[in-house]
Design a protein around this ligand. Structure first.
Ligand SMILES: [Zn+2]
Length: 497
Protein backbone atom coordinates (compact mmCIF):
# COMPACT_ATOMS: atom_id res chain seq x y z
CA UNK A 1 0.00 0.00 0.00
CA UNK A 2 2.69 2.47 1.04
CA UNK A 3 4.80 1.56 -1.97
CA UNK A 4 1.89 1.96 -4.36
CA UNK A 5 1.27 5.45 -3.02
CA UNK A 6 4.87 6.43 -3.52
CA UNK A 7 4.42 6.91 -7.25
CA UNK A 8 3.04 10.13 -8.62
CA UNK A 9 -0.71 10.14 -9.03
CA UNK A 10 -1.68 12.47 -11.83
CA UNK A 11 -5.16 13.81 -11.27
CA UNK A 12 -5.17 16.53 -13.86
CA UNK A 13 -2.61 18.62 -15.67
CA UNK A 14 -2.85 21.29 -13.01
CA UNK A 15 -3.15 19.14 -10.00
CA UNK A 16 -0.42 16.61 -9.62
CA UNK A 17 0.45 15.14 -6.27
CA UNK A 18 3.46 13.15 -5.33
CA UNK A 19 2.22 11.15 -2.41
CA UNK A 20 4.78 9.48 -0.21
CA UNK A 21 4.69 6.40 1.95
CA UNK A 22 2.80 6.77 5.20
CA UNK A 23 5.98 6.38 7.21
CA UNK A 24 7.36 9.65 5.85
CA UNK A 25 4.13 11.58 5.43
CA UNK A 26 4.92 13.54 8.57
CA UNK A 27 6.83 15.92 6.26
CA UNK A 28 5.49 19.18 4.98
CA UNK A 29 3.62 20.25 1.89
CA UNK A 30 5.01 22.37 -0.91
CA UNK A 31 2.72 24.09 -3.40
CA UNK A 32 4.79 25.07 -6.41
CA UNK A 33 4.34 27.75 -9.01
CA UNK A 34 0.93 29.12 -8.06
CA UNK A 35 0.09 32.80 -8.32
CA UNK A 36 -0.02 34.02 -4.73
CA UNK A 37 -2.80 36.39 -3.67
CA UNK A 38 -1.42 36.87 -0.18
CA UNK A 39 -4.49 38.54 1.34
CA UNK A 40 -2.92 41.99 1.78
CA UNK A 41 -4.17 43.30 -1.56
CA UNK A 42 -0.66 43.21 -3.03
CA UNK A 43 -0.44 42.26 -6.72
CA UNK A 44 -0.30 38.54 -7.43
CA UNK A 45 3.15 37.01 -7.79
CA UNK A 46 4.43 33.57 -8.65
CA UNK A 47 6.00 31.72 -5.70
CA UNK A 48 6.24 28.38 -3.99
CA UNK A 49 4.78 28.01 -0.52
CA UNK A 50 5.84 25.36 1.98
CA UNK A 51 4.09 24.54 5.21
CA UNK A 52 4.87 22.08 7.96
CA UNK A 53 2.38 21.11 10.62
CA UNK A 54 -0.10 23.97 10.83
CA UNK A 55 2.35 26.75 9.92
CA UNK A 56 3.67 28.34 6.73
CA UNK A 57 7.47 27.99 6.84
CA UNK A 58 8.80 29.16 3.46
CA UNK A 59 7.72 31.36 0.56
CA UNK A 60 9.70 32.00 -2.62
CA UNK A 61 11.74 29.52 -4.59
CA UNK A 62 11.35 26.50 -2.38
CA UNK A 63 13.13 23.19 -2.75
CA UNK A 64 10.73 20.56 -1.43
CA UNK A 65 12.23 18.17 1.09
CA UNK A 66 12.30 14.50 0.13
CA UNK A 67 9.39 13.69 2.41
CA UNK A 68 7.23 16.65 1.31
CA UNK A 69 4.01 16.22 -0.54
CA UNK A 70 4.20 18.43 -3.61
CA UNK A 71 1.35 20.07 -5.46
CA UNK A 72 1.80 21.71 -8.84
CA UNK A 73 -0.01 25.02 -8.59
CA UNK A 74 0.74 26.16 -12.15
CA UNK A 75 -2.17 28.16 -13.51
CA UNK A 76 -3.87 28.29 -10.11
CA UNK A 77 -4.19 30.97 -7.44
CA UNK A 78 -3.12 30.26 -3.87
CA UNK A 79 -4.78 32.51 -1.29
CA UNK A 80 -5.46 32.45 2.43
CA UNK A 81 -8.68 30.62 3.28
CA UNK A 82 -11.76 32.80 3.47
CA UNK A 83 -12.83 33.98 6.93
CA UNK A 84 -16.59 34.32 6.82
CA UNK A 85 -17.42 37.15 9.23
CA UNK A 86 -21.16 36.37 9.22
CA UNK A 87 -22.01 32.69 9.11
CA UNK A 88 -25.03 30.67 10.21
CA UNK A 89 -23.58 27.17 10.60
CA UNK A 90 -23.98 27.12 14.39
CA UNK A 91 -26.03 23.92 14.22
CA UNK A 92 -25.24 22.91 10.65
CA UNK A 93 -21.81 21.66 11.72
CA UNK A 94 -23.52 18.82 13.59
CA UNK A 95 -25.32 17.68 10.44
CA UNK A 96 -22.28 18.09 8.20
CA UNK A 97 -18.95 18.30 10.03
CA UNK A 98 -17.22 18.24 6.63
CA UNK A 99 -19.00 21.54 5.87
CA UNK A 100 -18.93 20.67 2.18
CA UNK A 101 -20.79 23.75 0.95
CA UNK A 102 -18.41 25.92 2.99
CA UNK A 103 -14.97 24.47 2.27
CA UNK A 104 -15.80 24.05 -1.43
CA UNK A 105 -15.99 27.87 -1.44
CA UNK A 106 -12.58 28.13 0.22
CA UNK A 107 -13.99 29.09 3.62
CA UNK A 108 -11.64 27.97 6.41
CA UNK A 109 -13.04 29.96 9.36
CA UNK A 110 -16.69 30.61 10.23
CA UNK A 111 -17.83 33.35 12.59
CA UNK A 112 -21.17 32.21 14.06
CA UNK A 113 -23.57 33.60 16.66
CA UNK A 114 -24.82 36.34 14.33
CA UNK A 115 -27.86 38.62 14.17
CA UNK A 116 -28.17 38.68 17.97
CA UNK A 117 -28.70 34.95 18.20
CA UNK A 118 -25.84 32.85 19.56
CA UNK A 119 -25.25 29.59 21.40
CA UNK A 120 -25.55 30.07 25.16
CA UNK A 121 -23.66 29.57 27.33
CA UNK A 122 -20.68 29.78 25.03
CA UNK A 123 -18.58 27.56 27.27
CA UNK A 124 -20.95 24.60 26.65
CA UNK A 125 -21.06 25.19 22.91
CA UNK A 126 -17.26 25.32 22.70
CA UNK A 127 -16.98 22.09 24.68
CA UNK A 128 -19.49 20.39 22.40
CA UNK A 129 -17.73 21.56 19.25
CA UNK A 130 -14.33 20.52 20.58
CA UNK A 131 -15.72 17.04 21.18
CA UNK A 132 -16.88 16.75 17.56
CA UNK A 133 -14.35 18.50 15.33
CA UNK A 134 -15.16 19.75 11.85
CA UNK A 135 -13.19 20.77 8.79
CA UNK A 136 -13.35 24.50 9.60
CA UNK A 137 -12.22 26.82 12.37
CA UNK A 138 -15.08 28.36 14.32
CA UNK A 139 -15.29 31.70 16.13
CA UNK A 140 -18.38 32.78 18.07
CA UNK A 141 -20.10 36.07 18.93
CA UNK A 142 -22.32 36.88 21.94
CA UNK A 143 -25.96 37.27 20.90
CA UNK A 144 -27.83 40.34 22.11
CA UNK A 145 -31.28 38.76 21.65
CA UNK A 146 -30.13 35.48 23.17
CA UNK A 147 -29.13 37.30 26.35
CA UNK A 148 -32.40 39.27 26.36
CA UNK A 149 -34.29 35.98 26.39
CA UNK A 150 -32.09 34.74 29.24
CA UNK A 151 -32.79 37.83 31.34
CA UNK A 152 -36.31 38.85 30.30
CA UNK A 153 -37.83 35.51 29.33
CA UNK A 154 -41.03 35.98 27.32
CA UNK A 155 -41.45 39.52 28.63
CA UNK A 156 -39.08 41.00 26.06
CA UNK A 157 -41.43 43.36 24.19
CA UNK A 158 -40.05 46.43 25.95
CA UNK A 159 -36.68 48.01 26.75
CA UNK A 160 -34.84 46.39 29.65
CA UNK A 161 -35.04 47.98 33.12
CA UNK A 162 -31.79 49.24 34.70
CA UNK A 163 -31.57 46.06 36.79
CA UNK A 164 -32.06 43.91 33.70
CA UNK A 165 -29.49 45.92 31.78
CA UNK A 166 -26.95 45.19 34.53
CA UNK A 167 -27.75 41.51 34.25
CA UNK A 168 -27.33 41.70 30.45
CA UNK A 169 -23.95 43.36 30.94
CA UNK A 170 -22.87 40.65 33.35
CA UNK A 171 -23.77 37.98 30.80
CA UNK A 172 -21.83 39.76 28.04
CA UNK A 173 -18.88 39.78 30.42
CA UNK A 174 -19.26 36.07 31.11
CA UNK A 175 -19.47 35.19 27.41
CA UNK A 176 -16.53 37.43 26.46
CA UNK A 177 -14.48 35.72 29.14
CA UNK A 178 -15.41 32.37 27.57
CA UNK A 179 -13.76 33.55 24.34
CA UNK A 180 -16.42 35.35 22.27
CA UNK A 181 -15.18 37.93 19.75
CA UNK A 182 -17.79 40.57 20.41
CA UNK A 183 -21.48 41.37 20.53
CA UNK A 184 -23.87 40.66 17.66
CA UNK A 185 -27.33 42.17 17.35
CA UNK A 186 -30.35 41.72 15.12
CA UNK A 187 -32.35 44.83 15.86
CA UNK A 188 -34.76 44.21 13.00
CA UNK A 189 -35.90 40.95 14.56
CA UNK A 190 -38.64 40.43 17.09
CA UNK A 191 -36.62 39.99 20.31
CA UNK A 192 -33.87 42.50 19.58
CA UNK A 193 -36.13 45.17 18.13
CA UNK A 194 -37.51 46.26 21.51
CA UNK A 195 -34.08 47.22 22.81
CA UNK A 196 -33.24 50.89 23.21
CA UNK A 197 -30.00 52.15 21.71
CA UNK A 198 -28.79 52.75 25.27
CA UNK A 199 -29.33 49.09 26.19
CA UNK A 200 -27.17 48.05 23.24
CA UNK A 201 -24.52 50.66 24.10
CA UNK A 202 -24.35 49.35 27.69
CA UNK A 203 -23.75 45.81 26.47
CA UNK A 204 -21.31 46.93 23.76
CA UNK A 205 -19.25 48.74 26.42
CA UNK A 206 -18.63 45.41 28.11
CA UNK A 207 -17.59 43.83 24.81
CA UNK A 208 -15.28 46.83 24.28
CA UNK A 209 -13.61 46.28 27.64
CA UNK A 210 -12.54 42.85 26.39
CA UNK A 211 -11.34 44.18 23.04
CA UNK A 212 -14.40 42.87 21.17
CA UNK A 213 -16.37 44.29 18.27
CA UNK A 214 -20.03 45.10 17.69
CA UNK A 215 -21.57 43.50 14.60
CA UNK A 216 -25.13 44.45 13.79
CA UNK A 217 -27.97 43.43 11.58
CA UNK A 218 -29.27 46.97 11.84
CA UNK A 219 -32.74 48.03 12.94
CA UNK A 220 -34.03 48.63 9.43
CA UNK A 221 -32.76 47.57 6.01
CA UNK A 222 -35.60 49.30 4.22
CA UNK A 223 -36.91 52.88 4.18
CA UNK A 224 -35.26 53.78 7.46
CA UNK A 225 -31.86 52.29 6.54
CA UNK A 226 -30.01 55.56 7.00
CA UNK A 227 -31.36 56.05 10.54
CA UNK A 228 -30.44 52.46 11.35
CA UNK A 229 -26.87 52.93 10.09
CA UNK A 230 -26.65 56.13 12.13
CA UNK A 231 -27.68 54.14 15.22
CA UNK A 232 -25.04 51.45 14.61
CA UNK A 233 -22.36 54.12 14.25
CA UNK A 234 -23.58 55.77 17.47
CA UNK A 235 -23.17 52.47 19.34
CA UNK A 236 -19.54 52.31 18.21
CA UNK A 237 -18.95 55.94 19.06
CA UNK A 238 -20.49 55.77 22.54
CA UNK A 239 -19.19 52.35 23.53
CA UNK A 240 -15.81 53.01 21.89
CA UNK A 241 -15.48 49.81 19.93
CA UNK A 242 -15.21 48.77 16.27
CA UNK A 243 -18.58 48.43 14.51
CA UNK A 244 -19.44 46.22 11.59
CA UNK A 245 -22.67 46.82 9.70
CA UNK A 246 -23.36 43.33 8.52
CA UNK A 247 -24.93 42.38 5.19
CA UNK A 248 -25.12 46.06 4.23
CA UNK A 249 -27.92 46.57 1.70
CA UNK A 250 -30.71 48.87 0.61
CA UNK A 251 -33.77 46.68 0.53
CA UNK A 252 -36.76 48.75 -0.53
CA UNK A 253 -37.84 50.79 -3.54
CA UNK A 254 -37.75 53.95 -1.38
CA UNK A 255 -33.99 53.70 -0.70
CA UNK A 256 -32.78 52.20 -3.96
CA UNK A 257 -29.90 54.22 -5.38
CA UNK A 258 -29.01 55.75 -2.02
CA UNK A 259 -25.68 53.95 -1.69
CA UNK A 260 -23.81 57.25 -2.06
CA UNK A 261 -25.59 58.71 0.99
CA UNK A 262 -24.77 55.62 3.05
CA UNK A 263 -21.15 55.69 1.91
CA UNK A 264 -20.68 59.33 2.83
CA UNK A 265 -22.24 58.73 6.26
CA UNK A 266 -19.80 55.87 6.94
CA UNK A 267 -16.84 57.82 5.50
CA UNK A 268 -17.68 60.80 7.74
CA UNK A 269 -17.83 58.56 10.83
CA UNK A 270 -14.51 57.00 9.94
CA UNK A 271 -13.00 60.44 9.44
CA UNK A 272 -13.96 61.44 12.98
CA UNK A 273 -12.35 58.28 14.33
CA UNK A 274 -15.17 55.74 14.56
CA UNK A 275 -13.90 52.36 13.37
CA UNK A 276 -16.81 51.40 11.08
CA UNK A 277 -16.70 48.63 8.50
CA UNK A 278 -19.31 46.61 6.67
CA UNK A 279 -19.75 43.28 5.01
CA UNK A 280 -21.71 42.60 1.85
CA UNK A 281 -23.02 39.44 0.21
CA UNK A 282 -23.11 39.28 -3.56
CA UNK A 283 -26.84 38.75 -4.13
CA UNK A 284 -29.74 41.01 -4.95
CA UNK A 285 -32.14 39.15 -2.71
CA UNK A 286 -32.29 38.65 1.06
CA UNK A 287 -33.76 35.80 3.05
CA UNK A 288 -35.41 36.08 6.41
CA UNK A 289 -38.73 35.38 8.05
CA UNK A 290 -42.05 36.54 6.64
CA UNK A 291 -42.68 38.99 9.48
CA UNK A 292 -39.56 41.05 8.77
CA UNK A 293 -41.37 42.38 5.71
CA UNK A 294 -43.75 44.48 7.81
CA UNK A 295 -41.60 46.88 9.86
CA UNK A 296 -44.40 48.22 12.11
CA UNK A 297 -45.25 44.63 13.16
CA UNK A 298 -48.93 45.09 12.15
CA UNK A 299 -48.79 41.76 10.34
CA UNK A 300 -52.55 41.38 10.07
CA UNK A 301 -53.35 45.02 9.35
CA UNK A 302 -54.15 45.30 5.61
CA UNK A 303 -52.92 48.92 5.45
CA UNK A 304 -49.51 48.03 6.91
CA UNK A 305 -49.19 44.93 4.79
CA UNK A 306 -50.11 46.81 1.61
CA UNK A 307 -47.48 49.42 2.38
CA UNK A 308 -44.87 46.77 3.12
CA UNK A 309 -45.55 44.91 -0.13
CA UNK A 310 -45.43 48.15 -2.14
CA UNK A 311 -42.08 48.91 -0.52
CA UNK A 312 -40.51 45.78 -1.95
CA UNK A 313 -42.09 46.21 -5.37
CA UNK A 314 -45.05 43.85 -4.78
CA UNK A 315 -45.66 40.15 -4.09
CA UNK A 316 -43.69 39.11 -7.18
CA UNK A 317 -40.51 39.99 -5.24
CA UNK A 318 -41.45 37.83 -2.24
CA UNK A 319 -40.60 34.13 -2.56
CA UNK A 320 -41.63 31.59 0.10
CA UNK A 321 -38.79 29.28 1.25
CA UNK A 322 -40.31 27.67 4.34
CA UNK A 323 -43.93 27.37 5.38
CA UNK A 324 -44.69 24.34 7.55
CA UNK A 325 -48.43 25.14 7.72
CA UNK A 326 -48.78 25.42 3.94
CA UNK A 327 -45.93 23.38 2.46
CA UNK A 328 -47.51 23.45 -0.99
CA UNK A 329 -46.44 27.08 -1.41
CA UNK A 330 -42.72 26.58 -0.83
CA UNK A 331 -40.65 27.94 -3.73
CA UNK A 332 -43.52 30.06 -5.06
CA UNK A 333 -43.82 33.83 -5.09
CA UNK A 334 -46.53 35.63 -3.16
CA UNK A 335 -48.29 36.99 -6.27
CA UNK A 336 -48.46 33.48 -7.72
CA UNK A 337 -49.87 31.97 -4.51
CA UNK A 338 -52.44 34.75 -4.23
CA UNK A 339 -53.60 34.05 -7.76
CA UNK A 340 -53.88 30.31 -7.06
CA UNK A 341 -55.97 30.99 -3.97
CA UNK A 342 -58.08 33.72 -5.53
CA UNK A 343 -56.99 36.21 -2.87
CA UNK A 344 -55.36 39.62 -2.99
CA UNK A 345 -51.62 39.67 -2.21
CA UNK A 346 -52.41 41.46 1.05
CA UNK A 347 -54.99 38.86 2.18
CA UNK A 348 -52.68 36.06 1.13
CA UNK A 349 -49.87 37.50 3.27
CA UNK A 350 -52.20 37.80 6.26
CA UNK A 351 -53.29 34.21 5.79
CA UNK A 352 -49.77 32.76 5.83
CA UNK A 353 -48.09 35.11 8.31
CA UNK A 354 -49.72 33.18 11.16
CA UNK A 355 -47.11 30.51 10.42
CA UNK A 356 -44.32 31.55 12.80
CA UNK A 357 -41.75 29.52 10.93
CA UNK A 358 -42.39 31.09 7.54
CA UNK A 359 -39.22 31.89 5.61
CA UNK A 360 -39.02 34.22 2.64
CA UNK A 361 -36.59 35.55 0.10
CA UNK A 362 -37.09 39.17 -0.87
CA UNK A 363 -35.79 39.93 -4.36
CA UNK A 364 -35.41 43.57 -3.48
CA UNK A 365 -31.95 45.00 -4.08
CA UNK A 366 -30.33 46.61 -7.10
CA UNK A 367 -26.88 45.90 -8.55
CA UNK A 368 -25.70 49.53 -8.51
CA UNK A 369 -25.99 49.75 -4.72
CA UNK A 370 -24.35 46.38 -4.13
CA UNK A 371 -21.47 47.23 -6.46
CA UNK A 372 -20.92 50.63 -4.82
CA UNK A 373 -20.83 49.05 -1.36
CA UNK A 374 -18.58 46.17 -2.35
CA UNK A 375 -15.98 48.52 -3.82
CA UNK A 376 -15.52 50.53 -0.62
CA UNK A 377 -12.16 50.02 1.10
CA UNK A 378 -14.05 49.38 4.37
CA UNK A 379 -16.33 46.70 2.89
CA UNK A 380 -15.54 43.01 3.07
CA UNK A 381 -17.29 39.93 1.74
CA UNK A 382 -19.31 37.73 4.10
CA UNK A 383 -21.99 35.18 3.29
CA UNK A 384 -24.73 35.54 5.91
CA UNK A 385 -25.15 31.90 4.86
CA UNK A 386 -24.19 28.55 6.23
CA UNK A 387 -24.47 24.81 5.87
CA UNK A 388 -28.26 24.64 6.02
CA UNK A 389 -29.12 28.00 4.45
CA UNK A 390 -31.97 28.02 1.95
CA UNK A 391 -30.47 30.94 0.02
CA UNK A 392 -27.79 30.45 -2.65
CA UNK A 393 -25.36 32.62 -0.69
CA UNK A 394 -24.92 29.69 1.71
CA UNK A 395 -23.02 27.67 -0.89
CA UNK A 396 -21.98 30.32 -3.40
CA UNK A 397 -20.86 33.63 -1.90
CA UNK A 398 -17.07 33.55 -2.26
CA UNK A 399 -16.80 31.81 -5.68
CA UNK A 400 -19.56 34.11 -6.93
CA UNK A 401 -17.47 37.17 -6.11
CA UNK A 402 -14.33 35.61 -7.64
CA UNK A 403 -16.08 34.29 -10.73
CA UNK A 404 -18.77 36.79 -11.57
CA UNK A 405 -17.65 40.08 -10.03
CA UNK A 406 -13.87 39.75 -10.40
CA UNK A 407 -13.39 37.67 -13.58
CA UNK A 408 -16.54 38.36 -15.58
CA UNK A 409 -17.70 41.84 -14.58
CA UNK A 410 -14.39 43.26 -13.29
CA UNK A 411 -15.91 45.14 -10.35
CA UNK A 412 -12.83 44.35 -8.27
CA UNK A 413 -9.28 43.14 -8.80
CA UNK A 414 -8.61 39.58 -7.69
CA UNK A 415 -6.09 40.78 -5.09
CA UNK A 416 -8.64 43.20 -3.66
CA UNK A 417 -11.41 40.63 -3.54
CA UNK A 418 -9.16 38.16 -1.72
CA UNK A 419 -8.23 40.86 0.79
CA UNK A 420 -11.94 41.43 1.48
CA UNK A 421 -12.35 37.69 2.20
CA UNK A 422 -9.23 37.17 4.32
CA UNK A 423 -7.06 39.83 5.98
CA UNK A 424 -9.94 42.28 6.46
CA UNK A 425 -12.14 39.91 8.50
CA UNK A 426 -9.00 38.64 10.29
CA UNK A 427 -8.19 42.21 11.32
CA UNK A 428 -11.77 42.69 12.51
CA UNK A 429 -11.41 39.70 14.81
CA UNK A 430 -7.81 40.64 15.66
CA UNK A 431 -6.70 37.21 14.49
CA UNK A 432 -2.97 37.72 14.28
CA UNK A 433 -2.00 34.40 12.73
CA UNK A 434 -4.61 34.01 9.97
CA UNK A 435 -5.81 35.94 6.94
CA UNK A 436 -2.55 36.39 5.01
CA UNK A 437 0.06 34.15 3.43
CA UNK A 438 3.34 34.86 5.23
CA UNK A 439 5.94 32.82 7.06
CA UNK A 440 4.70 32.02 10.55
CA UNK A 441 1.01 32.28 9.65
CA UNK A 442 -1.34 29.32 10.02
CA UNK A 443 -1.65 27.28 6.85
CA UNK A 444 -5.34 27.99 6.13
CA UNK A 445 -5.20 28.05 2.35
CA UNK A 446 -7.31 27.81 -0.78
CA UNK A 447 -5.99 26.85 -4.20
CA UNK A 448 -8.37 27.62 -7.04
CA UNK A 449 -8.55 28.05 -10.77
CA UNK A 450 -9.29 31.72 -11.48
CA UNK A 451 -10.51 30.84 -14.97
CA UNK A 452 -13.20 28.41 -13.82
CA UNK A 453 -14.18 29.27 -10.27
CA UNK A 454 -17.92 29.82 -10.11
CA UNK A 455 -20.95 29.46 -7.87
CA UNK A 456 -23.77 27.20 -9.01
CA UNK A 457 -26.26 27.54 -6.17
CA UNK A 458 -29.60 29.09 -7.10
CA UNK A 459 -32.82 29.96 -5.29
CA UNK A 460 -34.24 26.64 -6.50
CA UNK A 461 -31.13 24.63 -5.62
CA UNK A 462 -29.47 26.66 -2.86
CA UNK A 463 -27.04 23.95 -1.78
CA UNK A 464 -25.49 23.18 -5.16
CA UNK A 465 -21.82 23.58 -4.41
CA UNK A 466 -19.38 25.82 -6.22
CA UNK A 467 -16.81 24.66 -8.78
CA UNK A 468 -13.17 25.53 -9.37
CA UNK A 469 -11.79 25.11 -5.86
CA UNK A 470 -8.95 22.58 -6.23
CA UNK A 471 -7.69 22.31 -2.69
CA UNK A 472 -8.36 23.73 0.72
CA UNK A 473 -6.14 23.33 3.77
CA UNK A 474 -7.09 24.13 7.35
CA UNK A 475 -4.29 24.26 9.92
CA UNK A 476 -1.99 22.67 7.36
CA UNK A 477 -4.20 19.66 6.72
CA UNK A 478 -6.25 18.95 3.60
CA UNK A 479 -10.01 19.33 3.90
CA UNK A 480 -10.93 19.60 0.21
CA UNK A 481 -9.11 17.79 -2.59
CA UNK A 482 -10.16 17.48 -6.22
CA UNK A 483 -13.79 18.39 -5.61
CA UNK A 484 -14.40 16.21 -2.59
CA UNK A 485 -13.85 16.27 1.16
CA UNK A 486 -10.33 15.08 1.99
CA UNK A 487 -11.52 13.21 5.05
CA UNK A 488 -9.74 15.22 7.75
CA UNK A 489 -11.36 17.50 10.34
CA UNK A 490 -8.57 19.76 11.58
CA UNK A 491 -10.73 22.82 12.41
CA UNK A 492 -10.16 24.39 15.81
CA UNK A 493 -12.25 26.62 18.03
CA UNK A 494 -10.91 30.14 17.96
CA UNK A 495 -11.36 32.13 21.12
CA UNK A 496 -10.45 35.68 21.91
CA UNK A 497 -7.06 35.78 23.61
ZN1 LIG B 1 -28.95 39.27 9.50
Amino acid sequence: MAIALAVAVSVSAFDEVRQLPASTSAGGWTIRGAQIADGTGAPLRSADVRFVGDTITEIGVVAPRPDDRVIDGTGLVLAPGAIDAHNHSTEGLDADPDAVTQVSQGITTLVVGQDGSAPFPLRDYLAKRRASPSTVNVAVMVGHATLRRQVMGDDFRRPSTPAETSRLEALVDQEMRSGAFGLSSGLEYEVGSYASTEEVVSMARVAAKHGGIYISHIRDEADKSLDAIREAIAVGEKAKLPVQITHLKLGTVGVWGKAAAVISMIDAARKRGVDVTADVYPYLAWSSNLKVLVPDKQWTNPVSVKEALDDVGGGRNVQITRLPMFPQYVGKRLDEIAKLEGLSEVDMYIKIVQDDDAGVIGHTMIAEDMQAFMRQPWAMVASDGGITTSHPRGAGTFPRVLGRFVRDEKWLSLADAIKKMTSMPAARLTLKDRGTIAVGMKADLMLFDPATIIDRSTFDEPRLRALGMHRVFVNGRPVWTNDAPAGERPGVLLTRP
